[in-house]
Design a protein around this ligand. Structure first.
Ligand SMILES: CC(C)CCC[C@@H](C)[C@H]1CC[C@H]2[C@@H]3CC=C4C[C@@H](O)CC[C@]4(C)[C@H]3CC[C@]12C
Length: 884
């Protein structure tokens, strides 16, 4: 552990970086403005089953309004002191850079989410970097870095753990001793505050600069770049490419045209006034309302004023804020309200105590709210909305300006590459991933780069690796192998999509815009619960359900057909692996909507003569929710029961599936079985949401030990870089552990295997259908899943998802009706469950039976009755099930 002295000059030079940060954040305003920053309500599920209760007790705890920490079992979310804003910038606050803090910490492995590495961390000027060891730090070899001010920080004092969740990046760290833990915790807090203050300062400077340029007036903003502070700063920092006349001309033309920054200044000034007004209102309310609380009725009103379409509260048991009730707690509703979440992460924060802080202070026993208080609350609400509107408009303007800067930048890059000598091939490839044009050869031999041999075993929690022997962190060779695979994949033409299957190619209606839906309250009301049990407004749903999504995993079933026609067991395994990976590819375009949760007893069938399989699935269990499926074809059988746990880290939500996937190939008597990896929904509360899969898959053939396969879904390394996203690497090993085949690529682009007799791209996703973004990002198969044709309808059991009215209404674009119907269906399901419990009975699925696999795990297998029943006598006589 070493500390270096603080340094003011460093801070000054860092102001420019801060400016860039502000510009970057401007792109993320919508994120902030959604009011969905979890760091406020800080309800983190730390895999504790008792957490629901904790959420309740949290509401009644007394929390200091200046420095709030909320306890969740042994975890606490650390909220910093509010950031000070100095609009004038004349009296800079103490912005001393906190001392550098460095030393070894344990960092949880990126996959398969167990075990710890020893890593060398350096915390400097609000940025936390880590390397394998101290030598690597001095060599500048950084494995990852994170701006600590952008992360939700939670700590567990008992186990010396510190977690930082920045949405894109999630670090789980552990100190070896209490002392170290406290040092790191304190230092991290200091750096977070420093970084936030710095950003706030830079922001003030930015506003000043804008004000200045507005005062100068557009007419005077001519080609003289030095007359605008913005460009000065950017030039000084080297943020813009070296000036040349073409660029100068472009920039000056843009400056002459651009009147928008003036509006920006006005909006921001207005915003500032509104924030001061909010401050006044909150203080007034605090003074008036000590000991008073909002009623749920008030909250509902506030929320409807905000036009947030949250679902109607269900008949909530008094005092319960969890379970199925979607009644908002005071904290949650105001969490949404606090659109600028002033104290926690916004760089636009002002010296107003945060609204959540205010709310916490209100959480004493409820008394009647006076009319004056109500009036102030309404004023707070409308002022917040004004702030929101101002910031939205500023965001829009800045986005447009950024776009223009981008254009100038790009034109300059083009200009440079036209005029300068071509960089050498090596330089070229180090700058960006190779494109089709880069790849001179049809096929890149990746053998030099791929790390062969079985993946070195990395220590579990008990035994630590020293950081030098493990290759579980992404390696240089790893990345370059993927680059080469990628180049080879891009040379492979897309598979020709079969002309017409006679099925529909679009949906009846476009997807609704759901960006206004307040997700935070929903997630908070359901913390610790399976996402699959959380009821959400229909506008958040896509018109397929989880039973149908299981069928989507067969989108590339032709890989199983190929496997079934591949006599060599090692090569066969490559195709099985490609199939296992292909199931994840839909995630690329599917992060804005959530599949419907099937109700207990719901079923779904899918007969695909064109693909040669038939599929059924059933919701077999409600608690926990389990969807079982089974598909069969001449070449293969496929089954799995899907259930998962989720972990909410503050900004990201991890989905940890349990249950194995099974495939049998009757031709060779193979029975393959594999686990699923973790899927992480990054930035779950914002529109910048995206999915990442990470972890290791092991495919075993239960009927033969000839070979196994290991696939690694690599966790992306650096924030903001698209080039290291979605990497997959895999190898087929023989009995002795030698590598027989290796393959890799990206789960959204394809998989290349360079060890097959003819190296080739073994899988590439089909192109997305036209306008797919208007249709929930659905693939061709997904579009077809819920199609109901007149000839099919009479053949379906009444439990088939296609007959579910809410899903159908959503598909047809009738969102409100879908929402109403969905509520009804969920009510019916609840009543059914209650009746069942009253009779002391357990639900018995129709078409699946519970069994144990070889390892003693519970599994759900088909009972073989579906297709027989369908043929004769059909489902008309199916006993009285009313699901909807
Ligand atoms: C709150 C809402 C709007 C955010 C969107 C949530 C979406 C992206 C979530 C909800 C349920 C999730 C799915 C749940 C289960 C699985 C099985 C797993 O093996 C692969 C990922 C997959 C298929 C998840 C993908 C992401 C998913 C579809």
């Amino acid at each position: 552990m070493a500390f270096r002295p603080s340094n003011w000059t460093f801070y000054r030079s860092n102001r420019l970086a801060g400016l860039r940060q502000i510009m970057k954040d401007a792109g993320g305003f919508q994120w902030c403005l959604g009011g969905l920053d979890l760091s406020l309500a800080s309800g983190l599920e730390k895999s504790s089953p008792t957490w629901n209760k904790a959420s309740h007790s949290r509401s009644s705890s007394t929390v200091s309004s200046r420095h709030s920490r909320q306890m969740i079992k042994d975890w606490e979310v650390i909220d910093d002191l509010p950031v000070e804003m100095h609009m004038g910038g004349d009296h800079p606050q103490d912005m001393t850079t906190p001392g550098v803090c460095e030393g070894y910490l344990l960092k949880r492995r990126k996959w398969p989410l167990k075990g710890w590495h020893k890593r060398y961390f350096v915390l400097e000027a609000g940025i936390l970097r880590y390397s394998k060891n101290q030598q690597d730090v001095s060599r500048g070899r950084v494995q990852g870095s994170l701006d600590v001010s952008l992360a939700v920080m939670s700590v567990n004092k008992k186990s010396n753990r510190i977690d930082l969740d920045a949405g894109d990046i999630l670090y789980h760290m552990k100190a070896k001793s209490h002392e170290l833990f406290y040092i790191w915790m304190t230092k991290l807090q200091a750096h977070r505050l420093f970084k936030k203050n710095e950003a706030a300062q830079v922001h003030s400077g930015f506003i000043q600069t804008l004000s200045h340029s507005a005062a100068v007036g557009p007419a005077q903003r001519n080609g003289d770049l030095s007359s605008t502070g913005v460009i000065d700063l950017a030039q000084a920092s080297g943020a813009l490419p070296s000036a040349n006349t073409a660029v100068n001309r472009k920039v000056s033309a843009w400056l002459q045209q651009s009147h928008d920054p003036d509006n920006c200044v006005h909006e921001l000034n207005r915003c500032h006034l509104d924030l001061s007004e909010l401050n006044r209102l909150i203080q007034r309310l605090q003074a008036l309302e000590v000991g008073q609380a909002f009623t749920n009725g008030d909250l509902q009103r506030i929320i409807s004023m905000q036009n947030l379409s949250l679902e109607k509260p269900k008949k909530a048991k008094s005092g319960k804020l969890w379970g199925h009730s979607r009644t908002l707690s005071t904290v949650e509703a105001l969490g949404i309200l606090s659109s600028s979440h002033l104290s926690s992460s916004s760089h636009l924060g002002a010296s107003v105590p945060s609204i959540p802080d205010y709310v916490y202070s209100q959480l004493s026993p409820p008394t009647v709210t006076s009319p004056e208080c109500k009036k102030i609350q309404q004023d707070i609400c409308s002022t917040s909305l004004r702030v929101l509107a101002s910031l939205k408009s500023v965001h829009e303007t800045l986005s447009q300006e950024r776009q223009k800067i981008q254009e100038v930048w790009e034109s300059n890059t083009i200009h440079q590459s036209n005029t300068l000598t071509e960089p050498s091939a090596e330089q070229h490839s180090s700058l960006r991933p190779p494109s089709v044009a880069d790849s001179g050869a049809e096929y890149f031999d990746a053998s030099d780069d791929v790390v062969c041999g079985s993946s070195s075993e990395v220590s579990e929690e008990s035994g630590l690796s020293d950081g030098s022997t493990t290759n579980s962190e992404p390696e240089e060779g790893h990345a370059s192998a993927t680059r080469k695979y990628r180049a080879s994949i891009s040379k492979t033409p897309n598979s020709v999509v079969p002309k017409s299957t006679g099925r529909r190619t679009t949906l009846p209606a476009h997807c609704p815009d759901n960006s206004h839906v307040g997700l935070m309250a929903i997630l908070y009301n359901n913390i610790g619960k399976d996402l699959a049990r959380v009821s959400m407004p229909a506008a958040l749903n896509e018109p397929v359900n989880l039973l149908q999504r299981l069928c989507e995993e067969l989108e590339y079933s032709e890989l199983l057909d190929t496997a079934s026609n591949t006599p060599d067991p090692y090569q066969r395994m490559v195709y099985i692996a490609a199939f296992a990976i292909s199931g994840y590819s839909t995630a690329t375009f599917r992060n804005r909507y959530k599949p419907f949760n099937p109700v207990l007893g719901e079923t779904y069938e899918c007969i695909r003569e064109d693909r040669g399989f038939r599929f059924i699935s059933e919701q077999v269990c409600h608690h926990p929710p389990i969807s079982a499926c089974h598909a069969e074809s001449e070449n293969f059988s496929f089954w799995q029961d899907q259930r998962w746990k989720n972990k909410f880290w503050g900004k990201s939500l991890e989905i940890l599936p349990t249950g194995m996937v099974n495939v049998t190939l009757p031709r060779y008597g193979d029975h393959y079985e594999w686990n699923k990896v973790v899927t992480c929904i990054h930035n779950v509360l914002s529109q910048q949401r995206y999915l990442e899969h990470y972890g290791e898959v092991t495919i075993k053939n239960l009927n033969s030990s000839v070979c196994t396969c290991k696939i690694t879904f690599v966790k992306s390394r650096y924030w903001g870089s698209d080039t290291n996203k979605n990497e997959v690497q895999g190898m087929v090993l023989d009995q002795s552990g030698s590598v027989i085949h290796r393959f890799g690529g990206l789960w959204h682009e394809g998989i290349f295997c360079d060890t097959l007799p003819t190296p080739k791209c073994v899988w590439k996703p089909n192109p997305q259908p036209k306008d797919h973004l208007l249709y929930y990002g659905f693939s061709t198969l997904a579009m077809e899943l819920n199609e109901l044709t007149p000839d099919l309808e009479p053949l379906l059991p009444p439990t088939d998802s296609r007959l579910r009215p809410d899903q159908r209404l959503l598909e047809e674009g009738q969102v409100n009706e879908a929402d109403r119907k969905k509520d009804e269906i969920e009510d019916i399901q609840r009543d059914r469950r209650k009746a069942l419990a009253k009779r002391g009975e357990e639900h018995v699925p129709h078409f699946f039976k519970k069994a144990k696999d070889l390892c003693g795990r519970d599994v759900w297998l088909t009972n073989g009755s579906y297709w027989k029943l369908r043929e004769d006598p059909g489902f008309v006589n199916m006993d009285n099930i009313t699901l909807w």
